[in-house]
Design a protein around this ligand. Sequence first.
Ligand SMILES: [Zn+2]
Length: 72
Amino acid sequence: MMDLLDHAQLVEEEDRRRAIVARQEMLRGCGRKNCMACGDPIGTDRLAAMPNAVRCLRCQEGRERWNRRKGQ
Ligand SMILES: [Zn+2]
């Protein structure tokens, strides 16, 4: 007969393993941000140069172009 305690322990270990993996993924993703306009990840190069960037380079350029046109 399958020992219920053994089974519970297996489930518990699986849960713990999954929690650790989730945490590692969260830490790896630390500092990664997504563009507020298109939702794509903002490049790490761009974030290194501009830590406060909220848009990816493409959207930022599009917005600046739009602002310039609006200012004319
Ligand atoms: Zn974008």
